[in-house]
Design a protein around this ligand. Structure first.
Ligand SMILES: NC(=O)c1ccc[n+]([C@@H]2O[C@H](COP(=O)([O-])OP(=O)(O)OC[C@H]3O[C@@H](n4cnc5c(N)ncnc54)[C@H](O)[C@@H]3O)[C@@H](O)[C@H]2O)c1
Length: 447
């Protein structure tokens, strides 16, 4: 196992930074993690993990003393030469990526001088590396190198994605710096793409934009399927068997969400626009995704009429299963639209306890089980395909409800079983019927 002489630093220990740090420690490196959030560092020092990510707790426990946590940039810079940057880069009101946290890190590190290598894991617009180097030069700092090492992990499978990635991308100004990053990951067997910093930055944006395009594409196909009587699930399987297309990200639903796709697609669109290019396709991808969330409300209205006074149960709130992340989750738009139409909304998500996040779900009653959520409801909408919703006893659900409508926003349920329990079932681009007696066909993963 490769051993760095000095510990590796990780700045910003959220979903990406913490998983990166734990995986680096798993590969045998000593890692010092820094975050400005004192409560988070305090929790981590006590072994409390602030996010939910399968497998992370076990690896963190195994890493033991190889992981250290601090809020002190002085301590970090004393101990580490190589510094991964994994701070958040949220969207700004203009749609451009907000790089203020990255800039703050550069000021902190630049202000301490020394021989260092910054490795950018955060998703940043093309040109950020050049800007960071220019900023350091303007500060009169010498000896700080820079590499781009974008992260492609999926929340919910993050540990596996970091330890068994499809590829590692390293963008470098200096070959020696690229070698250093490559050596840090040498415990991982995969393709390594070595390239310029700008190209590495673009690979990340282009990858996310392509995946988002695939999702919006299959969602539009699903919408057409509803008009022509085709079943999008089988369309997706039939398409995905073509190796030029592949099965992943062809699962129709109520649109993509999360902390990455919406902001990265928007940021690439802005980046293109700022450079004088109108990226038309991305406009459509974004608009289709917005509309897809709203279409569910129209579909419900077709079934139950006016929503005023109707009770609607949401199953799942997180933007996908196996995470506690609610950033840009479809549930937020859906709950707000339902409330605006006068519906009473009750929701259950295994990761969102009652009383939490009134900022995101004002007026929504959060409960502790799916059956409590459906109690007295006129309709149920499955928003997040948590595995436990696949095990629901739909006859028991029917007994608890006032109405009998199910909208499966992820085409996750066995539509025939739901219908057999006395429900009207609507999927997205599918009636949910089993096909020729087969169990429903499911295409590959989604974001
Ligand atoms: N979450 C994902 O699935 C994912 C996947 C790939 C890439 N990314 C990218 O990785 C980056 C991080 O995303 P995330 O989801 O982990 O974000 P996050 O919000 O979960 O974590 C960011 C962390 O950085 C800390 N931070 C902010 N400013 C800081 C500073 N100046 N110094 C030290 N710490 C600071 C925050 O306190 C927070 O703990 C983003 O650019 C994102 O686009 C995210």
């Amino acid at each position: 196992m490769p051993q760095q002489q000095r510990p590796v630093g990780v700045i910003g220990v959220g979903y990406v930074g913490l998983v990166t740090a734990v995986c680096l420690a798993h590969l045998g490196h000593e890692v010092v993690c820094l975050d400005v959030d004192e409560a988070k560092i305090d929790d981590l020092r006590r072994g409390r993990i602030p996010i939910y990510e399968p497998g992370l707790a076990e690896l963190m426990a195994d890493a033991g003393e190889r992981l250290a946590f601090t809020t002190s940039y002085d301590e970090l810079c004393d101990r580490c030469r190589v510094l991964f940057v994994a701070v958040d880069t949220p969207p700004s009101p203009s749609g451009d990526a907000d790089l203020s946290r990255v800039e703050r890190v550069v000021r902190e590190i630049g202000g301490r001088g020394g021989d260092r290598l910054l490795v950018m894991k955060s998703t940043v617009p093309v040109g950020t590396g050049d800007r960071v180097m220019a900023e350091l030069e303007a500060m009169g700092v010498e000896g700080i190198g820079y590499c781009s090492n974008p992260e492609f992990l999926r929340e919910g499978a993050a540990v596996d994605d970091v330890l068994r990635p499809d590829r590692i991308v390293i963008g470098e100004y200096d070959q020696h710096d690229g070698d250093t990053v490559s050596e840090l990951w040498s415990g991982i067997e995969t393709e390594v793409v070595r390239t310029s910093v700008a190209t590495a930055e673009m690979i990340k944006y282009a990858s996310n934009a392509f995946l988002a395009t695939k999702i919006s594409f299959i969602n539009e196909i699903a919408n057409v399927c509803e008009h022509v009587g085709a079943d999008v699930r089988t369309v997706a399987v039939g398409m995905g068997l073509d190796h030029r297309i592949g099965p992943s990200f062809l699962q129709a639903g109520i649109g993509y969400g999360g902390s990455c796709f919406p902001k990265d697609v928007q940021a690439l669109k802005q980046l293109a626009g700022n450079s004088g290019y109108h990226f038309q396709l991305l406009n459509a991808v974004i608009e289709v995704n917005h509309l897809q969330k709203r279409r569910v409300v129209a579909k419900l209205q077709e079934r139950v009429g006016r929503l005023r006074g109707k009770r609607v149960a949401l199953l799942g709130l997180t933007f996908k299963p196996n995470t506690d992340d609610l950033r840009e989750a479809a549930s937020i738009v859906l709950a707000a639209r339902l409330r605006a139409e006068g519906a009473k909304v009750t929701a259950f998500d295994p990761m969102v306890p009652p009383g939490s996040r009134p900022d995101l779900f004002p007026g929504v009653k959060l409960v502790t089980s799916a059956l409590d959520a459906v109690d007295g409801a006129d309709a149920v909408i499955l928003v997040t395909e948590w595995p436990e919703f696949g095990q629901l006893d739909w006859r028991a659900v029917r007994d608890r409800m006032r109405g009998h409508h199910v909208i499966d926003g992820r085409n996750y349920l066995d539509g025939a079983a739901v219908a057999a329990a006395g429900f009207s079932y609507d999927g997205i681009g599918t009636t949910g019927d089993t096909l020729g007696g087969e169990t429903p066909l499911v295409a590959g993963e989604r974001s």
